[in-house]
Design a protein around this ligand. Structure first.
Ligand SMILES: Cc1cc2nc3c(=O)[nH]c(=O)nc-3n(C[C@H](O)[C@H](O)[C@H](O)COP(=O)(O)OP(=O)(O)OC[C@H]3O[C@@H](n4cnc5c(N)ncnc54)[C@H](O)[C@@H]3O)c2cc1C
Length: 355
């Protein structure tokens, strides 16, 4: 079958890869001049989140699924994308420590929670803290590197169109308008069109009815003169080691914003938080970036077929956890299209009615 995917961020990339693996032809339309969340994300996979130290939704399934898919892509594209990286987080006071210890006794938690982790060089770099805790099975996915490497392959194979989708053409692309002039160079109609536009899906007239949110995040990329850390550290913000003595520092979180550009105020916020972590270490700020996370009010992905347009699908709403959610989300979507399997009700777009 022949597919068109609108948007080649993480959602579009993983969906297209699965379809190609199943022997199908996949074309993409993406407007790359827009900032994609996938190009700004650290790609942290964090099984224990929030102040209440709760296990991430379906994390026991998500991690094995993600490891298999990213490792397949590593082989296909010849790059490394998945990094097992311990995560150390600060416990700020006795209450935190008590909560952490109580939670780590709950069924299903001990394999993810460590009371006395090895903090590596963290105590040498930071002011002393009340205590450290360790999150096991944490990892980092090089989401930006994956999207770029996949795009390079698509361009080489002439399957990538650098253009904004023209939604008025969707019925034509799907062959629903007999004899109509096609908007995209193709000798045949597409069997399916899949929408993966991240936060900008709000401009898609077919899926605008879904309750899309948006959460803007800003980050700094800093470079140090010598290696600092070999593990991820969370102390109000995350400090994540990348390659070549470079670190991802972030992120801010805003539900109300004017645009998706970086702001001086948020840069200052991040610099101040970083100064609290790296006391006495020199670093240069190499970049300051912003993007919008595609969030959903009920914090579950949007997966499914448009209720009135057969062949038109969506994978969106990856929110703050795309690196871990997208592998399983893309499988549910692809198995529904190819094998007519049910999409779990909690992520199926049919939980919302179209107007
Ligand atoms: C600051 C920040 C930090 C984050 N950190 C993490 C993290 O540590 N771990 C984690 O798991 N997740 C993280 N995330 C979330 C993660 O980035 C997202 O969940 C995920 O990348 C969303 O992928 P997506 O493909 O749905 O959207 P996007 O990456 O936004 O991709 C959408 C693509 O669609 C294209 N597009 C949009 N509209 C059109 C159109 N009309 N026509 C053609 N193309 C179009 C865009 O150009 C873009 O390329 C972070 C996000 C941000 C902003």
């Amino acid at each position: 079958m022949k597919f068109l995917i609108i948007g080649q961020g993480l959602a579009g990339t993983l969906t297209g890869h699965r379809l190609e693996e199943a022997g199908h032809l996949v074309h993409y339309a993406d407007a790359p001049e827009q900032t994609a969340a996938s190009s700004v994300a650290a790609g942290i996979v964090n099984p224990i989140t929030g102040r209440r130290f709760v296990k991430s939704w379906r994390i026991d399934e998500l991690i094995p699924e993600a490891k298999v898919l990213y490792s397949q892509l590593e082989q296909t594209l010849g790059h490394k994308f998945w990094y097992d990286q311990p995560l150390i987080r600060t416990l700020y006071n006795r209450g935190d420590l008590n909560d952490w210890q109580a939670r780590s006794a709950d069924p299903g938690y001990p394999e993810y929670m460590e009371d006395q982790p090895d903090p590596g060089k963290i105590p040498e770099l930071t002011d002393s803290v009340f205590a450290y805790a360790g999150v096991r099975h944490a990892a980092r996915v090089d989401v930006a590197g994956l999207v770029q490497a996949f795009r390079k392959k698509l361009i080489q194979e002439n399957r990538f169109q650098d253009e904004e989708a023209d939604y008025a053409q969707v019925p034509v692309l799907l062959g629903a308008v007999a004899g109509a002039k096609k908007g995209i160079k193709s000798s045949e109609d597409y069997d399916h069109v899949i929408c993966c536009e991240g936060w900008r899906v709000r401009h898609n007239p077919y899926f605008r009815y879904l309750p899309h949110g948006g959460n803007k995040g800003e980050v700094l990329i800093v470079k140090t003169k010598a290696p600092l850390l070999d593990r991820m550290f969370k102390h109000r913000i995350f400090l994540v080691p990348l390659a070549d003595d470079t670190y991802w520092v972030g992120a801010t979180s805003e539900n109300h914003f004017d645009d998706d550009s970086p702001t001086p105020a948020n840069r200052k916020f991040l610099e101040d938080r970083l100064a609290e972590i790296l006391t006495g270490t020199d670093y240069d700020i190499s970049s300051h970036k912003a993007a919008v996370r595609p969030t959903v009010k009920d914090r579950r992905m949007f997966i499914g077929q448009h209720p009135k347009v057969p062949g038109l699908w969506i994978l969106n709403g990856l929110g703050t956890k795309g690196a871990s959610l997208a592998p399983l989300g893309s499988r549910w979507l692809v198995e529904s299209i190819l094998e007519n399997k049910d999409i779990p009700a909690e992520v199926n777009i049919h939980r919302f009615t179209s107007r």
